[in-house]
Design a binder for this molecule. Structure first.
Ligand code: UD2
Ligand code: MN
Length: 371
């Protein structure tokens, strides 16, 4: 009798321990704790790296940067992105897509967004469960001081991308210094980091404040670079001018390399998008755009951010876009990664991209590129 009570007790205890362990492993809290530990390890590695490589700071850092990447990626790769390659291909057009109700009134908490997206992997990655996606997409967002916009973006865009059966990762690229914002250079940094993270085939560069209003606006790359913010409420759902190329653009890896990425010398608001358009044309490509009804999008209304004033120099720069193309872009990109951290909803890249001193005057910029 005593021994059967003992056995029952043991079975109960074992079931409880097993159940509890399973629950912990699955739960958000555990995953968050795991990530926090993982991130602190990452930062620790970085600080050791900088201590033991005192010369490794800004400008001449290309060699060191690669070494640092190698170290950090070794750790980050532990968060597995392996996929079962035997799954069937996903359909060209995912099912059940249509108009979406987008309102900016919510005060979204990160925890709520996390709980609504249980299938996300650390770093804001996701891919369809039952099929192999047609493209592997990195979403790159330039960022500084727009926390509430980012929350709104994450709230709407994770479900949007998952509905589209996308295999994707979200990269938020934050400029650390208080100096003039450089959206284009941040995009180049996002591309350079993401390409080392996973075998992405498509790069979508998007503002943090634009949300598509229809699931049929497929976040995909095509035979030519795509402009996907061609029907924004702010512009009455029309193109304000023909060559506009701002807001959201999509490039395959090959297309982005062909144009040498964005220019790095556009500090402050404006012009960098038009310059990229010129690069696309100069390299013999066309710009594609989705149907304007399907591409309807909402932009969160906002004032110009402090630190993103227009310098009035972009006009001169755009004029010389063709000449600068091969010397200014991915192949001349200089930056220092401060940290790369895997949040549940996105990968955050904090970066020092300099302060544009080399480009503090139009003459300075033109001299820099011998123009
Ligand atoms: C337009 C373009 C945008 C860009 C910009 C000129 C459209 C729909 N949008 O948007 O793509 O070409 O003009 O540079 O055509 N940001 C921060 N913090 C800052 C400043 C900017 O996070 O302090 C980021 C953020 O992702 C933002 C983006 O940069 O959405 C563009 O800046 P903006 O929203 O101030 O520019 P906007 O709305 O005039
Ligand atoms: Mn905006």
């Amino acid at each position: 009798m005593l021994s059967s009570i003992k056995t029952m007790f043991l079975i109960l205890a074992a079931t409880f321990t097993f159940g509890f362990t399973y629950f912990c492993l699955k739960s958000d809290i555990f995953q968050e704790l795991y990530l926090a530990k993982f991130n602190s390890k990452l930062q620790h590695r970085q600080s050791i790296f900088y201590r033991t490589n005192p010369d490794c700071h800004p400008a001449e850092a290309i060699k060191c940067k690669n070494e640092l990447f190698r170290l950090m990626n070794k750790l980050r790769k532990r968060v597995s992105l392996d996929q079962d390659e035997n799954l069937p291909k996903c359909p060209e057009i995912p099912p059940d897509l249509g108009p979406l109700d987008i309102k900016f009134a919510y005060n979204m908490s990160l925890l709520k967004i996390i709980s609504q997206n249980p299938n996300l992997q650390p770093g804001g990655h996701s891919r369809p469960k039952y099929c192999t996606a047609l493209q592997k997409i990195a979403i790159i967002i330039p960022f500084r001081n727009r926390e509430s916009h980012l929350r709104t973006w994450l709230y709407y865009m994770h479900p949007f991308l998952q509905q589209q059966q996308a295999d994707y990762g979200v990269y938020v690229v934050e400029q650390t210094e208080d100096t003039l914002f450089n959206r284009a250079k941040l995009m180049n940094v996002g591309y350079s980091v993401a390409i080392k993270d996973y075998n992405y085939t498509c790069f979508i560069f998007t503002d943090v404040d634009i949300i598509p209003m229809d699931g049929r606006n497929l976040f995909r790359c095509s035979d030519n670079p795509r402009h996907m913010a061609n029907s924004v409420d702010k512009f009455n759902f029309k193109l304000p001018y023909n060559d506009i190329f701002g807001g959201i653009v999509a490039f395959t890896k090959e297309q982005f390399i062909k144009v040498n990425g964005f220019s790095n010398v556009f500090w402050g608001w404006g012009g960098e998008d038009d310059e990229l358009f010129q690069r696309v044309v100069a390299m013999g490509m066309k710009v594609e755009r989705p149907d304007q009804t399907i591409a309807r999008s909402k932009m969160i209304s906002h004032k110009r951010d402090p630190g993103n004033e227009s310098t009035g120099k972009s006009f001169h720069l755009i004029k010389k876009a063709h000449e600068r193309l091969h010397k200014d872009g991915l192949n001349s990109l200089i930056y220092t990664i401060i940290s790369i951290t895997s949040h549940k909803l996105y990968t955050k890249i904090t970066v020092d991209i300099g302060n544009g001193e080399d480009a503090s005057s139009t003459e300075g910029i033109l001299n820099l590129f011998n123009l």
